[in-house]
Design a binder for this molecule. Sequence first.
Ligand SMILES: [Zn+2]
Length: 590
Amino acid sequence: MHVKALRALLPAFAALLLTAACAHAAPTVVSLQFDDGVADQWTAHDLLAAHGMHATFFINSGRPGKTGFLSYAQLHQLESEGNEIGGHTIDHVDLPTLGPDDQRREVCDDRADLIAHGFSVTDFAYPFGSYTPDTENVVRSCGYNSARITSGVASPNSCQRGCPAAETIPAADVYATRTPDSVHSDTPLTELESDVTHAVSGGGGLVQIVMHHICDGCNPNSVSEATLSAFLDFLQSTPGVQVSTVHDVLGGALQPVVHGPLLPLPFAPTNLLQNPSLETADASGSPACWKLGGAGTSEATWARTNDAVGGVGAETVTVTSLGAKSDRKLVTKQDTGTCAPKPLAGHRYRFTWNYKSSTAVRPVAYLRGTDGGWKFWAQGASSPRAGGWRQAMWTTPAIPAGTLGVSVGVSLRRVGTMTLDNLLLQDRLTPLPPPAPYVPSGPETVRRPYRVAAGRLPVLVYGRVPGALLADQIAFQRHVATLRRAGFTPVGAKALARVLRGRSAGVRKPVLIAFAGNAIDSLALADGLLNRDGTRAVLLTRAPVRKLASPKRWDVVSRLALNRRAKRIRMTFKTNTPTLLRALRAAGRT
Ligand SMILES: [Zn+2]
């Protein structure tokens, strides 16, 4: 009995001795990683469970639920079974190719969205393994504890000299943790095994195995189920090797959610034009930085007038006779940059001007190309005769590559008069400064049902619904259809902007704005618009109040019910805003 028991213990002793022999070396930790959340990664679910192992799945929050990608339900199941969900940007973008704000939106908002879906997101992987010191700072500022690249550790086909056999624990640069080559369809099992055995013989460390598709050659970035299964068997039977998620090996607490900056907004304070209000005259008496121009033949006089919209001066032209294909116009002085701004290739610009005229006027634009010369480029639609001051707007086409300067102006093509003032040229994407963040200090709920008659209160529906939120999108579309059937008027972003700026005839404030559940981008956009115009509006959304940059501007509707037959809308407000309620009453509350 005694001897038999001792014999039974011998293998355990041997294992202990082996462990003791390796105790001077760091452990070798293998982290199995699946990038991009593609649908065939679900194969890993059963394999991992069967081997009692956990992996890290780096997910692009813009993708779950779309065709070809894992669903949120699958991701939740993976996490609940001990796997880790990490971030990988919203749209799988090459971060260093983006500007700083876009980088922060892609990294921070991806993490925020995944956390909003209930995941504990602490670790990041750079799409394409592409990073710079700046992107590392972005990832750190977004609340991640680590970020992974896709190189830097020795592999059979790359970096055999000068690269370590494994990442160190803790990592040398935790925002650029290194890996051997990613797994491809032609990566043999022996290479995966050697990635691990080299790390063991090299003194241990972290071996991150980067995988994408799981299939038999459906994609160059794939591993077959058979190879993956055999590799997991190998890991299980190799002494001194443990398998761990990134979070479990690198650690760190879940940091607070950090949102990216607000999206670019359509109305911006920046004017690219000099002397936009025509107040300053140059030596010749013309408005500085403006050209009193024209084509063809005409008899015309230019004059400064005190009948101005902004400041004390405006410029008037009176045309008494005009030849064929002729005009008179005020345009930005066509120089090499003192007056004519250099626009960004690919961007569109919004040209706004104030005018009075006895006949139609038309916006025009000229470009200076790399040959140095100015050429006519484009013109907008005519704006009608205006007896009193009127504002008009034209958005240019996208600026061609190689453009060195842009000149904009307004042309008069008939006998008559035209007075111009306050000209504004803005990049259509120039962002507004973000409003100060606001965090509600406590509940602001006042439950008061209100009924508003359809047709009397304009309902503006605006929102880009992230593709990931399929359920929300369907509910949203159904909602729009219901509103329309009930006699409300869903409109888009442009109309929303017009109403908020008080330039939409027949549509009065206040407005009811309906949003999809979590359309954070749209909320940020409308938030900025309201902020700028000082308008209040009703927001219909299921998104939490904290997602709004300035929720005090909003009257959040917690519940909205439509009675189609009665054509009434019943709203329960979460915030108490007497001004708005009075306005709603005036607009048709019964
Ligand atoms: Zn990827």
